[in-house]
Design a protein around this ligand. Structure first.
Ligand code: NAD
Length: 265
């Protein structure tokens, strides 16, 4: 039996690719394509909208009663409804929406006692390897190395800095004992912006149609180490999300990361 899949944010940039690759894979039974109530495409065939084939599922603002797993790439305002729906109907959840509040992150932890959840700010394999590496690198280099994170995204992205840039910083803080988010300095402007020891500089660029690029500099007097990850297309996140959805089906309740899904140590 194929897992019954609900896609939330189904008409969005990510939602469309989730639908398209889920249909192409033939591994899911798509039972709902959820969008905001006033979306102009409500009522249209979700498969055709995603430039794939008809799947006899219409774009709708309501969630179905019967499903196995939900993938949500929408907006923070929509995430609460998805989390509540999954908890109330015992549906596993893959949540990729970024810009969530602390209260929403706490809510995810609470519902994960009842259902299986993967929450990840970036679902690509490469970025998850980088998430795991940066803390180790920072701790090996020590406090003489200044750390700056520069992220680049398309002009339509609403939240800044990106969820992935925050996860990179959070992982570095965890391993090196820095305060998160207290150690972060967002951009610099003004006459007295001398670098604070132990701070992590965060810089968000928004331009054109850049899918996503993250660069981490470790720099001291005499040398710089640079790590950079570039997403060539959204499909790298989509493949990760679909992999997480299939992986979750056999899992008990709990809050899992992409590192768990991908077995990255
Ligand atoms: P988008 O704006 O193109 O799509 C979001 C969609 O959500 C829109 O179609 C919007 O109408 C819909 N939506 C809004 N309110 C809704 C509601 N109440 N119910 C259902 N749908 C609703 O954005 P996008 O580029 O597709 O990105 C979506 C989210 O995914 C963002 O938070 C982005 O940062 C995140 N993202 C995460 C990853 C990852 O790997 N975790 C990768 C890329 C993007």
């Amino acid at each position: 039996m194929k897992p019954k899949l609900v896609v939330v944010g189904a008409a969005g940039r990510m939602g469309q690719r989730i639908l398209s690759l889920a249909i192409e894979s033939g591994r899911f039974d798509i039972v709902a394509a959820v969008e905001r109530q006033n979306h102009p495409d409500i009522g249209k065939d979700a498969g055709l909208l995603a430039a794939a084939e008809s799947i006899n599922v219409k774009l709708d603002s309501s969630y179905p009663a019967d499903a196995d797993v939900t993938i949500d790439f929408s907006q923070p305002e929509a995430a609460d409804k998805t989390i509540d729906y999954c908890a109330e109907n015992s549906v596993s959840l893959v949540l990729g929406t970024t810009g969530l509040s602390d209260a929403q992150r706490e809510k995810i932890e609470i519902v994960s006692k009842k259902i299986a959840v993967v929450y990840a700010t970036n679902m690509s394999v490469g970025m998850n390897v980088l998430f795991s590496l940066v803390g180790k690198v920072a701790s090996m280099l020590g406090e003489q190395y200044d750390i700056e994170i520069i992220e680049q995204h398309h002009r339509f992205k609403k939240d800044a800095p990106s969820g992935s840039a925050l996860t990179l910083a959070e992982n570095i803080c965890k391993v090196t004992g820095r305060d998160f988010p207290g150690a972060l300095i967002h951009g610099r402007s003004g006459k007295n912006t001398l670098r604070q020891k132990g701070s992590i500089g965060m810089h968000a660029i928004r331009a054109g149609d850049i899918t996503g690029k993250h660069t981490i500099l470790f720099s001291t007097l005499g040398e710089t180490i640079t790590f950079s990850h570039t997403a060539h297309s959204r499909d790298t996140f989509v493949r990760g999300a679909l992999r997480a959805a299939e992986w979750l089906i056999s899992k008990k309740s709990g809050l899992y990361s992409m590192a768990d899904v991908l077995s990255i140590k």
